[in-house]
Design a protein around this ligand. Structure first.
Ligand code: CA
Length: 228
């Protein structure tokens, strides 16, 4: 699953540099020049991470970060703040406004990409390309491959994303609507029973190796991936 990264930066040269590096890393870059532009993109579809410049024309990056954190729809989006400021108080203000991380200009693209990967891994492990193992299953996002005790399992793209999400969020119960948000993406109109259809297909694929028991129904609540 390719992570969408919204880059809010008013300087075209830096915007271009960031978009180039993000694309090189295999992510998708969405460009916004100011806070209003950023909201237009966010209202259309939630990004997986926001790179936010501190100094923007109109509403500042700090104000935008606060607004994102105050809104229930956007409060979970990871934010990395970009700034020319190096004052310790500014750093604290940036982090207090809700940023997950902070990087000072001029920055090395390699360092920035390492931070992006780290924040995504922490906040949205299903976006990472790292191999995940749980309950006797080994899932490789890069190879789009699942190994169940030595046997390869073939899954459709939705079942693959669903299993990836479950394996990176084990032992927690998710409602159908939460799974739709997390696996199908925000603002996609899908009926909740669609989740049941894909859960069924996922279980069928996992049944021959007896891993279907890992995908559990929690009556009245939703589903849980449990290795216990
Ligand atoms: Ca700026």
């Amino acid at each position: 699953m390719t992570a969408n990264i919204l880059v809010v930066e008013d300087e075209p040269a830096i915007q271009e540099l960031l978009a180039f590096n993000i694309t090189q890393c295999g992510y998708h870059a969405i460009e916004a020049l100011d806070a209003d532009d950023a909201w237009t993109h966010i209202n259309h579809a939630l990004p997986d991470l926001i790179l936010l410049d501190w100094m923007l024309p109109g509403s500042s990056g700090v104000e935008l970060a606060r607004r994102l954190r105050a809104d229930h729809r956007t409060h979970n989006i990871p934010i990395i703040m970009l700034t020319a400021r190096i004052d310790e108080r500014d750093k604290i203000l940036g982090l207090e406004s809700g940023a997950d991380d902070y990087i000072t200009k001029p920055f090395s693209p390699r360092e920035l990409m390492a931070r992006i990967r780290a924040v995504l891994r922490r906040r949205a492990p299903q976006m990472s390309d790292e191999i995940v193992t749980a309950g006797g299953l080994e899932l490789s996002p890069a190879m789009h491959r699942i190994n169940a005790d030595g046997a390869m399992i073939d899954l459709g793209p939705t079942e693959f994303r669903l299993l990836h999400f479950f394996m990176t969020h084990p032992e927690r119960v998710y409602s159908r609507s939460q799974l739709l948000d997390q696996v199908w993406g925000d603002h996609v109109f899908v009926e909740e029973r669609t989740v049941d259809v894909h859960i069924r297909r996922l279980r069928q694929a996992l049944e021959p190796s007896n891993h279907d028991r890992l995908v559990q129904t929690v009556r009245g609540s939703g589903y849980r991936f449990s290795c216990n």
